[in-house]
Write a protein that binds this ligand. Structure first.
Ligand SMILES: Cc1cc2nc3c(=O)[nH]c(=O)nc-3n(C[C@H](O)[C@H](O)[C@H](O)COP(=O)(O)OP(=O)(O)OC[C@H]3O[C@@H](n4cnc5c(N)ncnc54)[C@H](O)[C@@H]3O)c2cc1C
Length: 345
């Protein structure tokens, strides 16, 4: 019998335990250490449709009952200039708390939960260890609030707001039933950033009624610099989710990385081919992350170029590229391709 300790009962820790138990139910003893009593939300819950990850959730029927809204359009605002795009695939707003609660209730009969903050991994010295502790502090901060809103019953447009003076972005993600998740991400974001964003949205005619929830968290968007090991030399400790550096550096999206790493690690363990885990993760995620990292750097270092990329994407809407040679010369084409895949029908 194999013994596995999972540190962190967030999305990646729960998904990993779920998949491992499903594939390998009698053979493995799992213990999940989670420092918090309750499931903390701290998420805008936007899920870009990266097909392989979505299929994995759908196959297990983990997605459908947890979708708040399916978004099919986006507005990108760059220093006040607005560009509209249609999503190539849906962009889901999910109910992540419910998803985690469902996973937790399924797991409660099958694994042991222990409420404990693990300070040092050597405290747990038997068996295989999974580090699923999420983002560490001191990276970008994200603040969000969920609000009741008047008159947006079936809004299908998400809003992404980029500005030169903001090392990050602001979002507006509508839920289906007159609610929306709004938020700000930047280095050292504070409550007044969120209040300012709310005021600006009010000017756009979005009237907030009641604030239902408010929260904050850190975003570990530094994956390339950190060059983390996904599996230690002794093959005794693996990282999954944010702590494996799988959060995208532009939007701060980490749900897809959590699904990818949880699924792949569970499969690698079940197939007794743990050494394959880092290779599959890199293959599945790094191209996407590298492109977004490049775009994030352009946003930071050359905002005008960033603006031009978004503008030129808008010009190519519907693949009507009139002067491709000019696009190739002026803009990093790989980045364009990536965004085109995501946002343009
Ligand atoms: C405000 C905000 C908005 C976001 N919006 C989006 C979004 O729209 N789309 C998207 O894709 N991603 C978003 N993210 C990122 C997303 O939430 C993460 O990528 C995702 O939660 C990663 O899952 P995880 O399991 O790696 O980490 P987490 O979900 O953070 O789970 C880590 C768990 O480990 C526990 N833990 C940590 N340290 C210890 C310890 N020492 N001992 C025991 N337990 C420990 C924590 O309590 C936590 O429950 C957002 C993040 C924030 C903060």
């Amino acid at each position: 019998m194999q013994s596995i300790s999972v540190v962190g009962g967030g999305l990646s820790g729960l998904l990993f335990s779920y998949w491992l138990k499903k594939n390998n139910s009698t053979d493995t003893k799992i213990k999940i250490y989670e420092k918090n009593n309750e499931i903390k939300l701290a998420c805008a819950e936007g899920l870009t449709n990266l097909r392989v990850q979505i299929k994995r959730l759908k196959r297990e029927k983990l997605l459908n009952q947890n979708i708040r809204n399916e978004i099919n359009r986006a507005i990108f605002s760059v220093d006040g200039e607005e560009y509209r795009f249609n999503f190539k695939n849906e962009f889901y707003i999910i109910d992540r708390k419910k998803l985690q609660q469902n996973l937790k209730s399924w797991l409660e009969k099958r694994v042991r939960f222990q409420q404990k903050k693990v300070r040092d991994f050597s405290e747990i010295n038997n068996g295989f260890l999974v580090d699923a502790t999420g983002s560490k502090e001191n990276y970008k901060t994200a603040l969000f609030s969920v609000n009741e809103i008047d008159g947006i019953k079936k809004q299908k447009t998400a809003y992404f707001d980029f500005r030169k003076d903001l090392d990050g972005y602001r979002w507006f993600f509508p839920h289906n039933k007159e609610k929306a998740n709004i938020g700000v991400v930047r280095d050292g974001a504070q409550k007044n950033d969120l209040e300012r964003w709310e005021k600006e949205l009010k000017k756009k005619g979005i009237s907030f009624k009641t604030q239902i929830e408010i929260g904050a968290g850190s975003l570990d968007c530094d994956y390339i610099k950190s060059n983390r090991r996904l599996l230690d030399k002794n093959k005794r400790l693996a990282k999954i989710g944010d702590t494996a550096g799988l959060m995208d550096p532009l939007f701060g999206e980490g749900i897809n990385g959590a699904i990818s790493s949880a699924y792949t690690l569970a499969r690698s363990i079940s197939n007794k081919k743990i050494e394959r885990y880092p290779r599959i993760i890199k293959k599945e995620n790094y191209r996407h992350l590298k492109r977004l990292n490049k775009l994030s750097k352009i946003q930071k270092n050359n905002f005008n170029k960033f603006k031009n990329i978004i503008r030129s994407l808008n010009n190519t809407n519907g693949f009507k590229i009139t002067r491709p040679s000019q696009l190739i010369r002026n803009y990093p084409i790989k980045t364009l391709k990536l965004l085109k895949n995501m946002y343009i029908t």
